[in-house]
Design a protein around this ligand. Structure first.
Ligand SMILES: *Cc1c(COP(=O)(O)O)cnc(C)c1O
Length: 470
């Protein structure tokens, strides 16, 4: 079995339970699918056609998909989301989604608790981009001035600053892909900075900006601090972070706002990001009629504290249900899944270190590995990375490539002829717990490709390889 269908009967059982909540309403005998069967047949035809179309996808659910940050939601999230679809609640306001708004507040409070915030203001969003947008919007109003973030921060911050009409400055990264503290201090000393965005878990390499040092600079220079943890937020639950990484997560509560994406590492369907503010008074910004109202998280209608109006209640329902099954607590089953992905990443990295056909990048802090086939120059490494990426894809191993600034990799690969200011590397996000058991197989596939291309047999094998072996 490759796709879970075993849990599907539970959906019918839950739907029947849900339906009983509306027993006092008159019956509707002519619903699509309930009448003479013609509707059902038409729906069936379209649905099967839809399934055919969806076969044209990389197998995100499979451990041999080890490329970008993609994986299917947990079955409980998928089922809870589908269950809510029969109601289709809108969490814009209580009228649109009574139960799901309450579930959203509970689920969001659970996320705030993860970072040690008993009091908070927050809500779910369409994703990390919208959540960061709200954070930067609030920041630009509460702390005017430039927004700065590491050059390895998500590109969304540059773009969102543009949308907000606020100046953005990129801070160079160090050789671990983290924001360089000397460069940040220079920028702060130069003046005009309103907000610093620190990334805990960069999209590129899972690097964690040194939060304790940033907080020290905050004391000295007084800026607003936003944490982009869209991808990395849940790793606060990991049991075996490197001491410096742990030190960053341990100080999250001192930031002014943060973003975490349940649809990245929280086992949720897409359309689920989350913005959290430490100070509930930020809610005043969202209120146009009464700017001085003091807000606490319990008094609010969610529609009053969100830039988005209509929002899927189903997202909140799915997240709430996932928390019931897999509470996001240290030592729990969910946390163990994060640990397994991290072990997979460390294992893959160690193999790249030990094999002189490869150039290993810096040690993975979370579950992303950056490495490359060895070659003489940066441009040759880039070409080789692309070749391996493409050939692996033909063999049903799906990696990703990442273009990394030369300044980050040069200290690790000093013997390379640096004929370019960037280098394309292989990048693998090992975010499924099962990856731990598949590293051996994944590595064997990668080394086979590299050996074959070294001995010049790749072109022959290539023509014999079936393109797809579904
Ligand atoms: C994915 C990601 C984003 C963007 O979030 P979306 O949910 O894709 O909109 C922002 N920042 C970081 C660090 C990310 O990994």
């Amino acid at each position: 079995m490759r796709l879970d269908t075993e849990t599907l009967p539970l959906l019918r059982e839950a739907l029947e339970r849900l339906e009983r909540g509306f027993d006092d309403l008159p019956d509707l005998p002519d619903l699509p699918g309930n009448s003479d069967g013609t509707d059902t047949e038409a729906i069936r035809r379209v649905l099967l056609e839809t399934a055919d179309r969806l076969r044209d996808n990389y197998p995100y659910f499979h451990p041999l998909y080890a490329g970008q940050m993609l994986k299917p939601p947990h079955p409980v999230a998928r089922l809870a989301y589908a269950l809510a679809m029969w109601i289709n609640p809108n969490n814009h306001a209580l009228d649109g989604g009574r139960a799901s708004s309450a579930m959203e507040k509970e689920a969001v409070a659970e996320l705030a608790t993860l970072f040690g915030w008993k009091e908070h203001l927050g809500h779910l969003t369409g994703g990390g981009t919208m959540a960061n947008f709200e954070a930067l919007w609030a920041a630009s109003r509460l702390s005017p001035g430039a927004i700065v973030a590491s050059e390895t921060a998500h590109y969304t911050h540059t773009r969102l600053s543009e949308v907000l009409g606020v100046e953005f400055r990129a801070i160079p990264a160090d050789d671990l892909g983290r924001m360089d503290m000397n460069a940040l201090e220079s920028a702060l000393a130069a003046g005009g900075v309103g907000t610093v965005v620190a990334t805990l878990g960069t999209t590129l390499s899972g690097s964690v900006d040194p939060l304790p040092a940033i907080l020290k600079l905050k004391e000295r220079y007084g800026f607003r601090l936003h944490l982009d943890m869209a991808y990395g937020g849940y790793f606060t639950l990991a049991s075996d972070l490197a001491p410096e990484t742990r030190a960053a997560y341990d100080r999250v509560a001192e930031a002014d706002s943060l973003v975490i994406d349940p649809h990245k590492h929280g086992l949720q369907p897409y359309g689920c990001g989350c913005i959290l503010y430490r100070d509930p008074a930020v809610g005043a910004l969202y209120r146009h009629d009464s700017p001085n109202t003091y807000f606490t998280s319990t008094e609010l209608h969610l529609g009053e504290i969100s830039l988005e109006c209509s929002r899927p209640g189903a997202s909140a329902v799915a997240l709430w249900a996932t928390h019931r099954l897999l509470p996001p607590r240290p030592g729990g089953e969910f946390a163990a899944g994060l640990d397994r992905g991290m072990r997979a990443a460390r294992d893959l990295h160690a193999r790249a270190v030990a094999d002189d056909r490869f150039l290993a990048g810096f040690h993975p802090e979370l579950d992303i590995v950056v490495f490359a086939p060895r070659a003489g120059s940066a441009s040759a490494v880039s070409a080789a990375s692309r070749r391996v990426f493409e050939e692996a894809g033909r063999r049903r191993l799906h990696l990703a490539v990442a273009v990394v600034p030369a300044a980050i990799m040069r200290p690790h690969w000093p013997d390379l002829d640096w004929d370019s200011d960037q280098v394309t590397c292989l990048r693998s996000v090992l975010m499924k717990p099962e990856h731990e058991d598949w590293v051996d197989r994944i590595w064997n596939m990668i080394t086979a490709i590299v050996s074959e291309s070294e001995s010049g047999t790749e072109s022959e094998t290539k023509s014999e390889m079936p393109h797809e072996s579904a």
